[in-house]
Design a protein. Structure first.
Length: 353
């Protein structure tokens, strides 16, 4: 795979080559997270020349590939020999769209696995790899929202949803979203060195290079047992997406075309608690994560998690967890304006003064 030349000078050898496969209705952020990190790491400055990193968006045909948000992406190449790449990344999205996966994509991924090319499942790409029988005996990392579905369909695959990504030999999985940036930075660090990984983190406005075991943001209740009732699942999703608003349960019932009595009965049957308690638990779980992992003030956390004021938040928090938010805040949490030491050191090396 030839690289660019400039002013007659041979370009440096590629250090990281990534092939991307986009499943129907893929999530755009998972794709762009990987590409943007590679773009930044692939040059000595910010000129996007792909000197050290290269990627190809592959497809069996030339038709545009539509993402879950409606934007479409044009493939940059046909399916290339898997050994052309250091990694093959399968970017998933809406699970309902998986039934439209081109068989040529599945065959290609199976061929890559047979040739021991590392495979990456981003977002619901992990489901595609598991359905192809390529996650047997491996660990997988999925989004908390998809945990129950993954466990139900693949009970023999060890699955985690409390971290940003899992690297298990030549199988790598991440839940998508912002974790795609973290995974890409990890691969850049492995292949291109820590300096270029730090440069990437700095230009992406990351405070630090987050390791694979950094926790996913806690925004969901424990659904380790699959909840089959569609009304309950949709209600919980509305709650997860409205943490800072604290919608009335009547409003949630209206959105679902039901009433509070029926909604309450469904929650009691499938979760053993009321919609109000569930909503409160979701908001408090989010607050706990922010207390333990961010430097935001208690007033900011209270506001973000839908509490009337810091006093109300503190009382509710203590009732739920037995301690006040300040008691559970780690003394190692830095003020949010203090940059990470590694990134600060990098800035000092590349910026004047």
């Amino acid at each position: 795979m030839a690289n660019e030349e400039s002013d007659g000078v041979k370009a440096p050898a590629l250090e990281l080559r990534v092939g991307l496969l986009l499943l129907p209705e893929f999530t755009l952020l998972a794709l762009t997270g990987i590409i943007e990190a590679l773009r930044i790491a692939g040059d000595d400055a910010d000129r996007s020349r792909n000197l050290y990193c290269r990627w190809d968006i592959m497809a069996p045909g030339s038709a545009y590939l539509k993402s879950s948000c409606g934007l479409s992406v044009s493939p940059t190449s046909k399916l290339q020999p898997p050994e052309n790449f250091d990694y093959i990344v399968v970017v998933g999205g809406r699970l309902e769209a998986h039934e439209r996966i081109d068989p040529a994509i599945t065959e290609y991924v199976e061929r890559a696995a047979a040739r021991h090319v590392p495979l990456v499942g981003a977002c619901t790409g992990s489901f595609m790899l598991a359905r192809a029988g390529l996650m047997a005996g491996r660990r997988a990392c999925v989004h908390q929202f998809h945990l129950a579905e993954f466990q139900a369909e693949f009970p023999d695959v060890e699955v985690e949803s409390n971290r940003l990504f899992v690297i298990d030999g030549d199988r790598i999985t991440c839940p998508g979203g912002a974790s795609a940036f973290d995974l890409a930075i990890e691969l850049i660090q492995r292949h291109c060195g820590r300096d270029r990984a730090l440069k990437t983190a700095y230009l992406l406005l990351f405070d630090e290079i987050r390791s694979s075991n950094h926790p996913q943001s806690r925004t969901v209740i424990d659904m380790s047992a699959p909840v089959r009732d569609p009304i309950v699942r949709r209600a919980v999703l509305i709650m997860q997406q409205s943490i800072g608003v604290s919608l009335p349960i009547q409003t949630i019932a209206d959105r679902l075309g039901t009433n509070v009595k029926r909604l309450s009965r469904a929650f009691q049957t499938h979760l053993g608690t009321s919609p109000g308690n569930t909503y409160r638990h979701i908001r408090l779980e989010r607050a706990l994560w922010l207390v333990e992992n961010s430097a935001r003030s208690m007033s900011e956390i209270a506001y973000e998690c839908g509490f009337a004021d810091a006093s109300h938040f503190s009382r509710s928090f203590r009732e739920a967890f037995g301690k006040s938010p300040r008691d559970l805040r780690s003394p190692t949490i830095r003020h949010e304006d203090a940059p990470d030491a590694d990134v600060q050191g990098y800035i000092g090396n590349v910026l004047p003064g």
